[in-house]
Design a protein around this ligand. Structure first.
Ligand SMILES: Cc1cc2nc3c(=O)[nH]c(=O)nc-3n(C[C@H](O)[C@H](O)[C@H](O)COP(=O)(O)OP(=O)(O)OC[C@H]3O[C@@H](n4cnc5c(N)ncnc54)[C@H](O)[C@@H]3O)c2cc1C
Length: 301
């Protein structure tokens, strides 16, 4: 490890900086070792300062939202981790358009829009994570994707410059967004519509009910592990390969939703990763399907 990673972080910003930050505390899967430094910049200027410094000194960095789509390896993360949830979470409304900063919780944005009687975001009710993470992952549910509502995005380039991009100039994929390396999402502007509050609440209730019924929400997880292949949902292939309930140590394939790996309590990242590899192998052998990961595995190998 480069000892300077920590030294250089000292006094760089006024926002909080944690050293040897246990990443299990900052991710929904609740596994993984420590990050050398975890920054919580208070605003865009502080973020820019961190980025420019990191680029100058060639310090690797990772943007962390709420860590709900991440598995951090047991050896932790070398370099800097930057989290936007403490300083960058404002919402602005302009008629039926809503602009939300990347560190805002996606749930907060959904609830806030409902309160304002704006419709469009209901399918995203129950997706944990931030607006930035939701855009980076092009989060989706029940046939909707976050990109469908997006008008434009404000981004920070690798050198700290800020640019605005209309949706037409952004390349979204199924559960992803192709950005140049080290670019950071700062905010998204969404087009919603005026709706009937009671009908909006009805829809939210129904989505939330389906989620509770289908997902193992009482255990730590990172949501769906694999993307759905075009033929059929990943969970169906995993179930048909006979893997529901299979476990390695404290990591288990949920018996409620086979595309979820749950942490029974004290799982190691290594157990989760080995289970992912086991699923990939078995589903390929039994079904001839190559599953592609939705969850991102990060940290020192
Ligand atoms: C119980 C549960 C249910 C879930 N259900 C769904 C679902 O229905 N649909 C769905 O799509 N997902 C679902 N997920 C997965 C996850 O919540 C989403 O992918 C979410 O959008 C990730 O947001 P995050 O802030 O947690 O991102 P993180 O996990 O922190 O990061 C994910 C990726 O985005 C990058 N990133 C984050 N913020 C930024 C930024 N500002 N700029 C650039 N890059 C950034 C990170 O570097 C990382 O590569 C579920 C997860 C759980 C635990």
């Amino acid at each position: 490890m480069n000892r300077n990673y920590k030294q250089w972080a000292l006094g760089l910003i006024k926002g909080k900086v944690l050293f040897d930050a246990p990443m299990r505390r900052f991710t929904s899967m609740k596994v993984g070792g420590a990050a050398d430094c975890l920054f919580f910049p208070r605003d865009v200027d502080e973020l820019r300062k961190v980025i420019r410094f990191a680029q100058r000194k060639k310090i690797p960095f990772l943007i962390l939202g709420k860590g709900t789509n991440l598995v951090v390896r047991d050896k932790g993360v070398r370099g800097w981790v930057i989290n936007l949830t403490q300083g960058m979470k404002k919402i602005k409304i302009d008629g039926e358009m809503v602009e939300a900063e990347a560190g805002l919780s996606l749930q907060r944005l959904v609830q806030w829009s409902i309160q304002k009687g704006l419709t469009g975001l209901e399918p995203f009710f129950g997706i944990p994570g931030t607006v930035g993470g939701g855009l980076a992952m092009n989060a989706g549910a029940w046939g909707a994707e976050l990109k469908d509502l997006l008008l434009s995005m404000t981004l920070m380039e690798e050198d700290g410059e800020i640019v605005k991009r209309p949706r037409s100039r952004l390349r979204f994929t199924y559960r992803g967004l192709v950005l140049p390396p080290s670019w950071i999402i700062l905010k998204g502007r969404f087009q919603l519509r005026k709706g009937n509050k009671e009908e909006i609440l009805e829809r939210v209730k129904s989505y939330s009910g389906m989620r509770k019924k289908r997902q193992p929400l009482d255990y730590p997880s990172a949501g769906s592990i694999f993307k759905n292949p075009k033929e059929d949902p990943a969970g169906k292939w995993i179930e048909e390969a006979g893997l529901k309930g299979f476990r390695i140590g404290q990591a288990m394939i949920s018996d409620r939703h086979a595309n979820f790996i749950i942490n029974l309590g004290k799982a190691k990242a290594d157990e989760v990763i080995r289970l992912m590899e086991w699923i990939e192998k078995k589903v390929y052998e039994e079904k001839g399907i190559s599953l592609e990961r939705e969850v991102k595995v990060v940290g020192e190998a």
